[in-house]
Design a protein around this ligand. Structure first.
Ligand SMILES: [Fe+2]
Length: 303
């Protein structure tokens, strides 16, 4: 999983993280089932849309199928919501629809389950570009966001999906913007009021996002959800709004990515730095998570 990777100004940083991903897979002889692209997939102009050379250079060749043979499930970030020599949201949907790539975005919101037969975990891949979330980049004339009608349609769909019976499964929300973050964008009151209660009511185990260019893990007392920020895919690093020492357990201003491994009886989440070493990891045990547990259900593990 990685967010904020499609930089158009710092290609060396995207390449460094992609190399770390390849090293990580090679060192541990991993079989990667899927990639999760956490938004801000393409910063800046995207001339040619589906024909843009950026698809090959920054996705197909950057994360090669020889190492990452599985599908790459993508959600949309604020920088994808730009009409920059073409509508990047439409280009990303169309590239998936063309069907000749590992790129997957069947819609702006969708679910995906692992393993596909008899799944133990379902990811609700969401569009967090809700009305009012544009903050500072809304001043750019090419920038746009979801309409109220679209946001309502997504929530209606989400309620329906959450109402489906998925016995014994662990659930995760995946979206670009975090609800809670120590990074420069700060906590997002729009998302907190819209989705915060759902996370607790439906005992969502993970909320996985990017947007702040760092790696974080936040836990809150009496909340079932572990909040994971993985925005170190390549774009420029920035500072903290809240010192990570004050609210954690973890925050690093670092390039990197996140490995999520579904094990026999637990899910292991590891933040990996550009040198392919583990910066932070934690584990949620399936039995506890299924029953519904407090944030104490997640415990740090040694790398
Ligand atoms: Fe972003």
């Amino acid at each position: 999983m990685l967010g904020d990777w499609g930089t158009n100004t710092l290609p060396g940083q995207q390449t460094a993280v992609a190399e770390a991903m390849r090293r990580w897979v090679g060192l541990h002889r991993l079989k990667i089932d899927a990639l999760m692209m956490l938004g801000d997939n393409f910063y800046g102009p995207m001339r040619g849309g589906v024909q843009s050379h950026r698809w090959n250079r920054q996705f197909e060749e950057m994360y090669p199928a020889s190492v990452f043979p599985g599908p790459a499930y993508a959600v949309l970030g604020n920088h994808d919501y730009e009409r920059f020599f073409g509508n990047k949201v439409e280009a990303e949907l169309a590239y998936a629809k063309a069907g000749s790539s590992r790129w997957r975005m069947p819609a702006r919101w969708y679910t995906v389950s692992f393993p596909s037969n008899d799944p133990v975990m379902t990811f609700f891949c969401l569009d967090s570009n809700l009305p009012g979330t544009k903050s500072m980049d809304f001043i750019r004339p090419w920038s746009f966001e979801m309409s109220r009608a679209e946001a309502n349609a997504q929530d209606e769909w989400l309620q329906g999906e959450l109402g489906k019976d998925r016995p014994g499964q662990l659930l995760a929300f995946v979206a670009h913007h975090p609800l809670y973050t120590n990074g420069m964008h700060g906590d997002n009151p729009i998302l907190i009021s819209r989705w915060g209660r759902l996370l607790t009511e439906h005992r969502i185990a993970f909320y996985i996002s990017g947007h702040d260019h760092d790696l974080q893990h936040l836990e809150f007392e009496n909340r079932p959800t572990s909040f994971v920020v993985s925005g170190g895919g390549g774009a420029e690093l920035v500072g903290w709004r809240t010192p990570p020492g004050r609210r954690g357990p973890f925050g690093a201003r670092a390039l990197g990515f996140t490995d999520l491994e579904i094990r026999q009886d637990s899910v292991l989440v590891r933040h990996i730095g550009r040198d392919a070493t583990v910066l932070h990891s934690f584990e949620k045990r399936l039995a506890l998570a299924r029953k519904g547990f407090s944030s104490r259900g997640s415990r740090p593990v040694t790398a």
